[in-house]
Write a protein that binds this ligand. Structure first.
Ligand SMILES: Nc1ncnc2c1ncn2[C@@H]1O[C@H](COP(=O)(O)OP(=O)(O)OP(=O)(O)O)[C@@H](O)[C@H]1O
Ligand SMILES: [Mg+2]
Length: 245
């Protein structure tokens, strides 16, 4: 269980990036966070990941305070951030240094297979397309079997076809070990396709405006009337989030 209690972050320049943010996430839950630019979404993920400390409040994973980067919490960024001097396989295996060679190789192969890149282990990052590189980043983040995976607009740099494909890959992989996912996205359909709950934020100070539960079974049909209804509800909430307070 990931518990965020009354999280707040005010930066040194006085910007109130986050205030009074409380949320409990069950194991295996997928929560999407959506809201206008500057409403504190990336700040929220950096606080959960332990990369940055809150001004107030706490992050707890299974009752234990998170105060620095945690081995069971991984973060995927908008761009893949692969290490250019390592092969694809060694990028994926980077966090498995404690395993012996054979175990490590098996885990890396299985992870690459899950993202459809089993033939790519020997390539260099610069030989990959944007979508392939992001798939490697997903494999790298999941190979260590984290309890929590944080994704900051992971597919926003990709075309619509590649994005839909990677959303499917992400769900496939998630269904195996079922980590808790926190997905920051600007893409309304992406939130509706993936999330159990959608948190709508508003800025200055960054805070929760609304929480929308999506009870549709997966894999979700974007053309279904129930999907459209959920979309209308989300759009109405997003409109409210953009009104002046
Ligand atoms: N290191 C920092 N120092 C000072 N202010 C910051 C810092 N990082 C972010 N901010 C400010 O905090 C607020 C929240 O920023 P954050 O990056 O969390 O927003 P975001 O919701 O991720 O936006 P976007 O959708 O554009 O990525 C913004 O007003 C931003 O300018
Ligand atoms: Mg951001």
């Amino acid at each position: 269980m990931l518990t965020l209690r009354n999280l707040a972050k005010t930066y040194a320049n006085g910007v109130r990036a986050l205030e009074g943010f409380s949320l409990s996430l069950a194991p295996g839950e997928i929560v999407a966070v959506i809201g206008g630019s500057g409403c504190g979404k990336s700040t929220l993920l950096r606080l959960i990941s332990g990369l940055e400390s809150p001004s107030h409040g706490t992050v707890e994973l299974d009752g234990e305070r998170v105060t620095k980067p945690h081995p069971l919490i991984n973060l995927i960024f908008q761009e893949p951030r692969l290490l250019p001097w390592l092969s694809v396989a060694n990028n994926v295996g980077f966090g498995l240094a404690e395993l012996d060679g054979d175990d490590r190789r098996r885990r890396v192969e299985a992870a690459l297979q899950k993202v459809g890149l089993e033939q790519f282990g020997g390539r260099w990052p610069k030989e990959l397309s944007g979508g392939q590189a992001q798939r490697v980043a997903i494999a790298r983040a999941l190979v260590t079997r984290p309890e929590v995976l944080l994704l900051d607009e992971p597919f926003s740099a990709l075309d619509a076809f590649t994005r839909a494909d990677l959303q499917d890959h992400l769900l496939d992989i998630w269904s195996e070990t079922r980590p808790t996912l926190v997905l920051v996205t600007h893409d309304i359909d992406e939130a509706l396709v993936l999330a159990d709950r959608i948190i709508v934020m508003r800025p200055w100070p960054g805070r929760i405006l609304d929480e929308i539960r999506i009870d549709l079974p997966r894999k979700r049909d974007r053309a279904a009337a129930s999907f459209e209804a959920a979309k209308r509800q989300l759009l109405a909430s997003l409109n409210r989030s953009l009104q002046p307070s």
